[in-house]
Design a protein around this ligand. Structure first.
Ligand code: SF4
Length: 490
C-alpha cells in the first residue's frame, strides 16, 4: 500500500478555486463563520500588549523545544515506556499506517473509533484501513459530518465549517436511518451523539491525535470540547495516539501558555471543555481506561523541515487555525479548494513540504502576501516569508534546499516573459520606448486578456507616463520644485 497520492493538489487547483468562487452559498458560509471566529478571538485578546507578550512567550517556548527536539523525543520515548506506553516511530505515512494496522491485527480488531486527528488525515488512515476491511469511524461531530458526507475536513479545527445547518439537516435526514428533517441544532447534535455513543462501546481500538507531548513526564495532552476525545481514549481496550514529532514540549510548565494561546486563537475560548492528560494504560487498581496505549511518532517530512533553519519555523505551529480564519483568500475559496489536508496559510507552507512542490506547490499562489496570517499566528510564524520562499523554490532548483520538487513549477513561457520584462526594465532606452508606446497606443489594449480579466477589468495605460507628467509640471511651475536646502546638500 502506498502513501496517499497528493498529486491532485496541483492538478486540479485552478478548477477547484473557480468552482468555489462560483458557489455563493459556500462563500456565505465561510464569510459568516470566519467573521464570527475573528470576533471571538479579538474579544479574548483585548489588550494588544498582553497579546504580543503572550505570542512572544509562545514563540520562545516552541523555539526552545525545537532546538532540543532530538533529545526531547528520546526523553519522551523513555518516559512513555516507563509509564507503560508502547512507542513506535514512523518515518513515512506508509509506515504509520502499517504500524496502526499491525496493532489492529494483533488484537483481531475490525472497528476503530477516532477522536480528532489531522495527522491521521495527513496519512490517509481511514482509506488505508477501509482497504483492509477495518471500519474507522470519526467521533468528533465535525469529522463525523464530513465522513457521513464522504467528504474531507475544510478547516483544521472545524472540519464541517463549510456546511450550514440546513445542509447538515438534509445530510442527517438522508444518511441516518429513521431521522426526521430538523434544523434544530441541539436535536442534530443529539442525533449524532446517539449514533456515536453506541460506537464507542463497540470499538476495539480508539485513536486520537496529540496536542502536546510532554517529554519530562511522558504525558500526552489532548484539547477538545466534545468529550469524544476522552471517550475514544478511555472506552476501547486499546488506545493509539498519533503524534507529529514536532508536538513534543520539554516540561509541564510549557503547556499552560501554549494552551492559553491555542484555545483563544482557535475558538475564542479561555479554556476548552476538556483537557485530557494521558500518562499510560489502566493500572491494576483502576476501574477504567485502556489496557494498552500506543504512541506513534510521525515524521513524514518533518525532519526535512527541521533541517532547514528558515523552514523549521513551520514546526512551531500549534494547529490553532487562526491563520485560516484571518486569511482573505481562505475566506473566499474555503478549505476544499486547496485540495490538501492542511488548507489556508499553514497548509500552503506545510503541504508542499510534506508532499513536495511538484504535487502541492501550486497552492502557494493562493496568497496576496497581505500578512494577516502572520499577525494572527499565536507563535509568530512568518507565514508570508515562508510562502514566498516556497513559491521561489517552485521555480528555482536551489542546491541549498531539501524541499521536494524544487523547480518543478517553472514554466518556460513564464520564464521567457519575466526575462523580457527584466530586460525592458533594466534598459533605459527600451523602458522609455515601451512607456511611450503604451501611453500613445493605449486604446489598442484589448478588453479581454485571458484569465486575468475573468474577474477584473483590463488595465489601461494612462495618457501620459509619470515621467512626462512630472516634466510638464516642472516646466509650468519651476518655483514649486522642491530644492534641497544647503543643510541637506552638505
Ligand atoms: S501557523 Fe500559526 S495561526 Fe496557523 S495554525 Fe499554526 S499556530 Fe495557528
Amino acid at each position: 500500500m502506498t502513501a496517499p497520492d497528493a498529486s491532485h493538489i496541483n492538478r486540479n487547483f485552478k478548477s477547484r478555486v473557480i468552482e468555489a468562487l462560483e458557489d455563493q452559498e459556500l462563500r456565505n458560509n465561510f464569510r459568516g463563520a470566519m467573521d464570527f471566529l475573528m470576533q471571538k478571538r479579538a474579544a479574548m485578546f483585548p489588550d494588544p500588549e498582553d497579546l504580543e507578550a503572550l505570542r512572544h512567550r509562545g514563540e520562545q517556548i516552541r523555539n526552545r523545544c525545537l532546538q532540543q527536539l532530538p533529545e526531547l523525543l528520546e526523553k519522551l520515548e523513555s518516559q512513555c515506556v516507563n509509564n507503560g506506553i508502547r512507542v513506535h516511530w514512523a518515518e513515512t505515512a506508509e509506515q504509520a499506517n502499517n504500524i496502526i494496522l499491525g496493532i489492529m491485527k494483533d488484537h483481531q480488531a475490525t472497528r476503530m473509533i477516532k477522536g480528532k486527528s489531522m495527522a491521521s488525515e495527513e496519512i490517509g488512515l481511514n482509506h488505508f484501513l477501509a482497504d483492509h476491511d477495518i471500519e474507522a469511524l470519526e467521533s468528533d461531530m465535525g469529522e463525523y459530518i464530513v465522513q457521513l458526507d464522504h467528504s474531507t475536513p475544510s478547516h483544521i479545527i472545524m472540519p464541517a465549517i463549510h456546511k450550514n445547518k440546513q445542509q447538515i439537516a438534509r445530510l442527517f435526514h438522508e444518511k441516518i436511518p429513521g431521522i426526521d428533517y430538523t434544523e434544530d441544532v441541539d436535536q442534530l447534535i443529539g442525533t449524532g451523539r446517539k449514533v456515536l455513543r453506541q460506537k464507542f462501546f463497540e470499538a476495539d481500538v480508539g485513536l486520537s491525535g496529540v496536542n502536546f507531548a510532554i517529554a519530562e513526564t511522558g504525558t500526552l495532552c489532548l484539547v477538545e470540547n466534545e468529550g469524544n476525545g476522552r471517550m475514544s481514549t478511555t472506552v476501547p481496550p486499546v488506545h493509539i495516539a498519533l503524534c507529529g514529532i514536532e508536538k513534543v514540549v520539554e516540561s509541564l510548565t510549557d503547556v499552560p501558555p501554549l494552551y492559553r494561546l491555542l484555545t483563544r486563537s482557535a475558538t475564542g475560548q479561555a479554556i476548552t471543555t476538556y483537557f485530557n492528560m494521558i500518562s499510560g494504560p489502566r493500572k491494576p487498581d483502576e476501574l477504567d481506561g485502556p489496557k494498552e496505549v500506543h504512541l506513534v511518532l510521525l515524521d513524514n517530512g518533518r525532519s526535512r523541515m527541521y533541517a532547514d533553519k528558515q523552514l523549521q519555523q513551520t514546526l512551531r505551529c500549534i494547529r490553532c487555525g487562526a491563520c485560516m480564519n484571518h486569511c482573505p483568500v481562505y475566506t473566499k475559496i474555503g478549505g476544499h479548494a486547496y485540495g490538501s489536508t492542511y488548507p489556508g496559510p499553514i497548509g500552503q507552507v506545510v503541504s508542499p513540504q510534506i508532499w513536495g512542490l511538484d504535487k502541492a506547490g501550486s497552492i502557494t499562489q493562493a496568497c496576496s502576501l497581505n500578512g494577516a496570517c502572520r499577525d494572527a499566528c499565536p507563535v509568530n510564524i512568518p507565514l508570508p516569508n515562508l510562502i514566498r520562499r516556497l513559491r521561489h523554490e517552485g521555480n528555482i532548483d536551489s542546491a541549498d534546499s531539501q524541499t521536494l520538487g524544487r523547480g518543478s513549477l517553472r514554466k518556460p513561457v513564464e520564464s521567457l516573459i519575466w526575462k523580457f520584462w527584466t530586460y525592458l526594465n533594466s534598459s533605459p532606452l527600451w523602458y522609455r520606448l515601451t512607456l511611450w508606446g503604451a501611453t500613445r497606443f493605449r486604446n489598442l489594449m484589448p478588453s479581454s486578456i485571458g484569465p486575468w480579466t475573468r474577474y477584473r477589468s483590463a488595465p489601461r495605460p494612462a495618457e501620459k507616463s509619470l515621467h512626462e507628467l512630472v516634466k510638464a509640471h516642472q516646466s509650468q511651475s519651476p518655483s514649486h520644485v522642491i530644492k534641497p536646502t544647503k543643510q541637506e546638500t552638505k
